[in-house]
Design a protein around this ligand. Structure first.
Ligand code: ZN
Length: 265
């Protein structure tokens, strides 16, 4: 039986349709870093503490004050809103970085990831967006070891930079219902209206050439190194194409399943 899978690839390579196949065919749960962060940030926000989060940061030592001290600060709010205290501590720590627009250190990302990993009983997960650094990979391998589980394989969704740029810059999203279009491959009505609800379609601010190139560089410079750590530890990798001659659900499913039969025992 498959325990855990890491899905990786450049941003915009087409990971989600492949992840959807793993969900429907293997019954795995998608665990994505983006969702983990949203969960913890909204949890903390819900507490509405009004605290200055610099008060949980010891600037002299450049680290957080003790978890116990943070728990004591948050406990009254948690009791009132019936929210888990230890999750709130993690939420407060993540919020401290994100709200200030600061780079989130691996130690925080790892702590949030671990909480989610344990919540899922350490198995049956598709890891999406994690690990993205060498430190995160080392942390993940150790976490698996501690919990007696493994990463069965890495699925790399492969795509060319130029194809990704073309696809991403042409993407338009309905501001009302979220339906996704592409100015060339799946055009909105009259070039700018949603075919479902009729509202205007917009380009996400993340979908500019400059931002896409930044994400592509990040994959090259950081994520590939993280994947190398997993490969070196003996985790095997399958490569699936992010571009298919004919893009149908059936074609995506087949291109994924033929590559992973050996893991299904
Ligand atoms: Zn719409």
């Amino acid at each position: 039986m498959i325990q855990n899978v890491v899905v990786t690839g450049k941003s915009g390579a087409g990971k989600q349709p492949r992840i959807d196949v793993l969900i429907s065919e293997l019954g795995l749960t998608q665990v994505s870093t983006g969702n983990i962060f949203r969960h913890f940030l909204s949890l903390y926000k819900k507490l509405n503490t009004g605290l200055d989060l610099e008060s949980i940061w010891d600037s002299a030592k450049s680290e957080f004050i003790s978890d116990e001290a943070i728990s004591n600060l948050l406990k009254p709010f948690c009791d009132e809103k019936n929210v888990d205290v230890s999750e709130s501590v993690l939420g407060a720590k993540a919020t401290r970085f994100v709200d200030a627009g600061l780079f989130v250190p691996d130690s925080i990302t790892n702590a949030l990831f671990k909480a989610e990993f344990i919540k899922n009983n350490s198995r049956n997960m598709i890891l999406d967006g994690y690990p993205r650094t060498v430190d995160q990979s080392a942390f993940l391998l150790n976490l698996c070891k501690e919990n007696g589980v493994k990463i069965d394989f890495i699925m790399l969704v492969d795509n060319e930079d130029e194809a990704i740029i073309k696809r991403t810059t042409g993407r338009r999203i309905c501001r009302q219902c979220g339906k996704v279009f592409h100015i060339e491959f799946k055009p909105p009505r009259d070039g700018k209206f949603c075919t479902s609800c009729g509202d205007e379609v917009i380009q996400r601010s993340d979908d500019t050439v400059e931002k896409i190139r930044t994400r592509l560089n990040e994959f090259q410079n950081k994520t590939l190194g993280a994947i190398d750590v997993l490969l070196s530890s003996g985790v095997r990798q399958v490569v699936v194409p992010g571009n298919l001659p004919v893009f149908t659900d059936e074609a995506v499913k087949e291109s994924v399943m033929t590559k992973i039969t050996e893991f299904l025992g």
